[in-house]
Ligand binder design. Structure first.
Ligand SMILES: Nc1ncnc2c1ncn2[C@@H]1O[C@H](COP(=O)(O)OP(=O)(O)O)[C@@H](O)[C@H]1O
Ligand SMILES: [Mg+2]
Length: 394
């Protein structure tokens, strides 16, 4: 019989788990001074009753966009004294013009919580409210997730045209560089009055960010400095993504805890990296359409058994022929009682899988069975098969 002590005892590793969560915002954000100042200077006119220019913020995932903007908006609130309001909106959740405007209305007008009003009503009420001379700043985080974004941006522009006092501005944030290409030219020029970039973090920067979190989140003596630096170096090499770096760190800490160790070191960080990689792969696979999953499964199966064809060059580099994978795919489809797609569709699935980093493809040189594609799996085959088969069994 186990003792409850085992389950209520304080962790030897974690001091405060919340600090390691991706939602935690430290008081000091290192290496974002420049961006934070620029954003503050761009929003400051609102504190003097003038409409700021719309701003678009671009940066890859985990470059500190959300936490910097949230910190600036907190500071803004402290100064605004009712003259202006800043509203943070996560567009993953509020992904339509109606939802965005409802969220804005609820945030700025006390007591405005009636669902069921139509968009025109919400618009009129917001116009009245801002018309008394108030500036409303709308932060649209992950703005690329908004459906009918053109409609939303147009509505905001129109509101500004109608208003004599007060106004609405937009701070759009995205990690998709090319999303603006899909916007209508009018939206594009309105959103991009000002542009800011958040670059990926370097190894040194990530190491400092991780050290800051480790001091706050872990028990003293529960980690080596080398382990933190390794996690930072790995994340910098992959992408410069602070969220990824923090994931590795948390996973390493959890592993030490599960193994009942009082400390984590390089070994845990290395193992944690594999786990985090697999988490990411799992997320990607979960979202794949079924035929893509079957193709991936076919590649994994053949990777285990090895290519059936000997090659003229060094044969054992893990590359498979496109043709043999297609054969494997069609035979898997038969087993699953699904009609296989054409070879042409199959080739487009390969491209998609390559884009997601699940495979690598190279063109074979001349002479090896004509001119063909060679394909290699990006991750350990057994793990991938386990993940994919969960879907195919359903
Ligand atoms: N400069 C920084 N200092 C400390 N923590 C940071 C910094 N930049 C990012 N982080 C942390 O990394 C994680 C991801 O940051 P986030 O702002 O969500 O990135 P983005 O919105 O660009 O994807 C969060 O947990 C955040 O606290
Ligand atoms: Mg973000």
């Amino acid at each position: 019989m186990p003792s409850f002590d085992e389950f209520i005892s304080e962790s030897r590793i974690f001091k405060d788990r919340d600090v390691l969560s991706p939602h935690y915002i430290p008081d000091t954000l290192h290496f974002r001074d420049h961006q934070i100042r620029e954003l503050m200077s761009s929003l400051a006119p609102a504190l003097m009753g003038k409409k700021p220019r719309n701003t678009f913020i671009y940066g890859k995932t985990g470059t500190g966009k959300t936490c910097s903007v949230k910190q600036v908006s907190r500071k803004f609130d402290e100064k605004a004294e009712g003259k202006a309001r800043i509203v943070y909106i996560n567009c993953r959740i509020h992904n339509k013009p109606y939802r965005v405007m409802l969220k804005v209305a609820k945030a700025v007008m006390e007591g405005f919580d009636k669902q069921g009003y139509g968009l025109p009503h919400i618009y009129e009420r917001l116009l009245e409210w801002a018309g008394t001379g108030k500036q409303v700043l709308i932060i649209l985080d992950e703005i690329d997730m908004v459906k009918n974004l053109d409609e939303l941006l147009y509505m905001i522009t129109r509101a500004n045209d109608e208003l004599e006092a007060g106004g609405f501005s937009v701070i759009g944030i995205s990690n998709k560089l090319l999303f603006k290409e899909d916007l209508d030219p009018r939206s594009k020029s309105s959103l991009y009055e000002r542009e800011m970039v958040f670059p990926p973090y370097t190894a040194n920067q990530l190491q400092k960010i991780l050290h800051q979190r480790a001091e706050l989140g872990f028990q003293p003596g529960s980690f080596t400095s080398g382990a933190i630096n390794l996690a930072g170096a790995i994340a910098a090499q992959e992408s410069g993504d602070a969220r990824y770096a923090l994931k590795i760190l948390s996973r390493a800490a959890e592993m030490a805890e599960e193994a009942d160790k009082g400390k984590f070191t390089d070994a845990e960080v290395k193992a944690a990296r594999e786990l985090v990689e697999l988490d990411i792969v799992r997320e990607a696979i979960d979202k794949l359409p079924e035929n893509h999953q079957v193709v991936l499964y076919a590649v994994a199966r053949l990777s285990l058994s090895g290519s059936r064809y000997a090659r003229l060059d060094d044969g054992d580099d893990g590359y498979l022929f496109s043709g043999e994978i297609y054969e494997e795919y069609t035979s898997l489809c038969k087993k699953l009682r699904k009609p296989p797609k054409t070879a042409r569709s199959y080739r487009s699935y390969l491209n998609d899988l390559e884009m997601l980093g699940l495979l690598t493809c190279v063109e074979s040189g001349k002479g090896i069975r004509g001119h063909t594609k060679l394909i290699k799996l990006g991750h350990p085959p057994r793990e991938l098969m386990k993940i994919v088969s969960k879907h195919l069994e359903e």
